[in-house]
Design a protein around this ligand. Structure first.
Ligand SMILES: C=C(O[C@@H]1C=C(C(=O)O)C=C[C@H]1O)C(=O)O
Length: 420
């Protein structure tokens, strides 16, 4: 059964311009911070006016939960009395969501916060969600100082290095015998801190190190993802497909050589093509117009470079950001091809529950606008512990040793963020 914390009978939502140029993170309290930030803009939020917990489904792809969440949000937000002085995507009431990778997972959640602070195209605003008209002053209080994380104790996750190499080998064998073309295999790693982890400290470091990524925090899932699943503003949808990876070089020549090798690698181009194709197939029926760039480009991050393809679509009327998420997840960038066989292979070979890693994370406003990323380069933080995740696309020709090295590099974003 899905369960919702019943919202008050009537919600009063007020958005006003905020003459404040503090960094978004500086507004956040330590408890349950919600965030979606890129290049200093985005949304931060806190408090809870309503929450939907979604139950497990029988299908691994689990599409019903997105439809349930979209309907819940639509009814909730349509029933609110909204006064919006700013009126752009992300103003008015906004829900934040984080969905489990696998539909059989139990920890998907959507929350309507009490206070949302946003910044976009140089404009800042604050939105409050109340049971009575007006801005309650106690919710606008500034936040406390961010705390350091302290000395960490690291331990292995579900599979050690050898076992994970073996799993990659088994995936390559499966691909060779037909029925499966690509599968993304992930692994986990656990860090234990001396005190409860201050998520704002992680966000501060992630936004600093990865300004071009989307730094997010929803219900303890914290990370900085380069992979935009959906941005919907009016009838325009954008997405960025990533698949195919190399590390950054330590000097400009090596860096350029690694990028050139990536653009020239048949294995990586094939891995990338599965991902763009899955997106094209899923988005086609929702779009009046759809363009996927024909040649991938290089996206450079602090620690990695990826093959990237930009996608742009004009959506058919009435398709919300969350409707598009429902159609897209799981893309071959984090699942594989064909989807059902890849999901089975993941469940069998990884030997762990991904939780919300590699699931959609983001926000949705009352007009159906929103931004959703794939929850990558992240950790699930619970009290003093953080469980980190990293995965790699496996195709014919993948080598276990190289994939292991790639996973180590992908862990680095969160490892560094956790390290004082
Ligand atoms: C699965 C992850 O990343 C995905 C896999 C990639 C690859 O295998 O080349 C690249 C980008 C992401 O789509 C991860 O970071 O955990």
């Amino acid at each position: 059964m899905n369960s919702a914390i019943e919202p008050p009978l009537r919600l009063f939502v007020r958005t006003v311009a905020l003459p404040d140029d503090r960094a978004l993170i500086d507004h956040l309290p330590e408890t349950a911070p919600l965030a979606w930030i890129r290049r200093g803009e985005g949304l931060v939020a806190w408090g809870e006016a309503a929450r939907l917990r979604l139950s497990a489904e029988t299908e691994r792809t689990g599409r019903t939960r997105f439809a349930t969440a979209a309907e819940w949000a639509r009814t909730l937000l349509a029933g609110a009395e909204v006064t919006d002085d700013v009126n752009i995507a992300g103003t008015g009431p906004v829900v934040f969501g984080s969905f489990s990778f696998d539909g059989t997972g139990t920890d998907s959640t959507v929350v309507l916060p009490r206070v949302i602070v946003g910044r976009r195209a140089g404009r800042s605003w604050i939105t409050t969600v109340n049971d009575r008209p007006g801005h309650p002053s106690d919710l606008l209080a500034g936040s406390g100082r961010r705390r350091e994380i302290g000395a960490l104790r690291w331990s292995g996750g579900a599979l050690g290095d050898d076992a994970w190499r073996t799993a990659v080998g088994a995936a390559v064998d499966r691909i060779g015998t037909g029925g499966l073309e690509k599968v993304v295999l992930a692994r986990d790693l656990v860090a234990e801190a001396p005190d409860p982890i201050d998520v704002r400290t992680l966000l501060d470091r992630l936004t600093g190190d990865y300004p071009d990524c989307y730094s997010y925090s929803v219900d303890g899932l914290v990370g900085a993802t380069p992979e935009l699943l959906v941005r919907r503003d009016g009838d325009t949808l954008e997405s960025l497909v990533l698949a195919g990876t190399r590390p950054r070089g330590t000097d400009p020549d090596t860096d350029a050589a690694l990028a050139a090798a990536l653009l020239d690698s048949d294995k990586d181009l094939a891995e990338h093509a599965y991902a763009t194709e899955s997106l094209r197939l899923a988005l086609g029926p929702l779009s009046a117009r759809l363009t996927v760039s024909d040649q991938p480009e290089i996206l450079r991050l602090a620690n990695l470079q990826h093959l990237a393809s930009a996608v742009r679509a004009t959506l058919r009327p009435g398709v919300s950001a969350l409707d598009a998420v429902a159609a897209l997840h799981p893309t071959a960038a984090v699942g594989g091809t064909p989807t059902a066989a890849a999901m089975e292979a993941i469940a069998e070979l990884e030997q762990m529950d991904r939780g919300r890693y590699a699931g959609p994370v983001g926000w949705l406003d009352g007009h159906g606008n929103g931004e959703w990323g794939i929850a990558l380069r992240c950790a699930h933080v619970v009290g003093r512990s953080a469980r980190l995740f990293a995965g790699c696309g496996i195709v014919a020709g993948s080598e276990p040793e190289a994939e292991l090295a790639e996973a180590v590099t992908k862990f680095a974003a969160m490892r560094t963020a956790l390290t004082d």
